[in-house]
Write a protein that binds this ligand. Structure first.
Ligand SMILES: Nc1nc2c(ncn2[C@@H]2O[C@H](COP(=O)(O)OP(=O)(O)OP(=O)(O)O)[C@@H](O)[C@H]2O)c(=O)[nH]1
Ligand SMILES: [Mg+2]
Length: 250
C-alpha cells in the first residue's frame, strides 16, 4: 500500500493502524516529501515499531505522481504482486482493500470508482463534485476509456501492469497522473475493472487542488489519445503481441 504524504501528521497514525488491522496482510509504504509538519519523522517512528511499515523520504515537495513513481519502483524491486495507491487523508476507506483484492484476481488494474452505479462522494461542495464528474466524462469522450472515474486515486495494480509501464516516461504529476497510468495500461489490452468506493473529503489538513492541476489534465488526455494512434479503444492484438497477456489468459 503506497501512501504519499505531504503534511498528513494528523491522519497517518490512525491510517496505519487501520491498514495493519485489516483481515488481509498489508505492507505500508509512506512516501513523504519532507513534510514541514513532521509527517516523515512520525512515519519513521511508526516504521521502527512495525516491521510492515516502510518509509521513503524525498527531499522536497515534488507532486503526487513523482511520489508514486518512487513507490512503484520500490515495490517492483521487492516481490509484491498487488500494489495499491491510496491517499493519506482518509478520503479512501481502508476497509475497501479486500474488495479490491478480490477484483484483482481477474484483472491487471482495479480502479476504485466514486461514480459507478450512482454518486458516492461525501463532504464535497457541488462545484468540486461537478468538476470531478465532468472531468470523467471529458476523459471518456476524448480517450474512449469506458470508466466512470478515471481521475480517482484509489487503485490496485497487479505487478505485471506496473511492469508494462515505462515509469520514467510518465509525464503528468497531478490528477492527470491517474488518467495517464490507467490509459497506458488499458490501451495495451490489459484488463481494467472498477469497484465501487465511497469517497470522503478530508476532515483534517489542507487540500492541494489547483488550477494548474486541471489544466495539466485537460491537455494530457489529448496527448494520450494521440499516443494511442488517435484510437478510442485499446490497440489491436497484433501490435500488442509482445506485451503481457491479460490476467484471464495467464
Ligand atoms: N509525497 C507527496 N504527497 C503528496 C503531494 N501532494 C499531495 N500528496 C499526498 O497525496 C494524497 C492525495 O492528495 P490530494 O488528494 O491530491 O490532495 P488533497 O490535499 O487531499 O486535495 P484534494 O484534491 O482536495 O483531496 C495525500 O495523502 C497528500 O498528502 C506531494 O507533492 N508529495
Ligand atoms: Mg484528498
Amino acid at each position: 500500500m503506497i501512501v504519499p504524504t505531504y503534511n498528513e501528521r494528523e491522519n497517518l497514525p490512525l491510517l496505519a493502524q487501520r491498514l495493519l488491522a485489516l483481515p488481509v496482510s498489508v505492507d505500508l509504504l509512506v512516501v513523504d516529501d519532507n513534510s514541514p509538519d513532521g509527517t516523515g519523522k512520525l512515519a519513521d517512528e511508526l516504521a521502527l515499531q512495525y516491521p510492515s511499515i516502510h518509509v521513503l523520504h524525498r527531499s522536497e515537495k515534488n507532486g503526487l505522481g513523482r511520489a508514486y513513481i518512487a513507490g512503484f519502483k520500490w515495490a517492483l524491486a521487492r516481490d509484491y504482486e498487488f500494489v495499491f495507491e491510496m491517499d493519506g487523508d482518509f478520503s479512501h476507506d481502508p476497509d475497501d482493500v479486500p474488495a479490491f483484492l478480490q477484483a484483482a484476481e481477474n484483472a491487471d488494474l482495479v480502479l476504485g470508482s466514486r461514480y459507478v452505479n450512482g454518486i458516492r462522494v461525501i463532504n464535497w461542495p457541488l462545484r468540486r463534485l461537478m468538476l470531478s464528474v465532468n472531468a470523467g466524462k471529458y476523459v471518456r469522450i476524448v480517450t474512449g476509456m469506458p470508466f466512470s472515474d478515471p481521475t480517482g486515486g484509489y487503485k490496485c495494480f497487479r505487478r505485471r501492469a506496473l511492469e508494462s509501464l515505462k515509469l520514467d516516461e510518465v509525464q503528468s504529476n497531478g490528477y492527470s497522473f491517474q488518467i495517464e497510468l490507467t490509459h497506458k495500461i488499458w490501451r495495451q489490452g490489459m484488463r481494467v475493472v472498477e469497484v465501487p468506493i465511497i469517497f470522503t473529503d478530508r476532515f483534517q489538513g489542507l487540500s492541494k487542488m489547483s488550477r494548474d492541476i486541471v489544466r495539466e489534465a485537460f491537455w494530457m488526455v489529448w496527448k494520450l489519445w494521440f499516443q494511442n494512434g488517435m484510437r478510442r479503444r485499446p490497440q489491436p492484438r497484433s501490435q500488442n503481441s509482445k506485451k503481457p497477456l491479460p490476467s484471464s489468459a495467464l
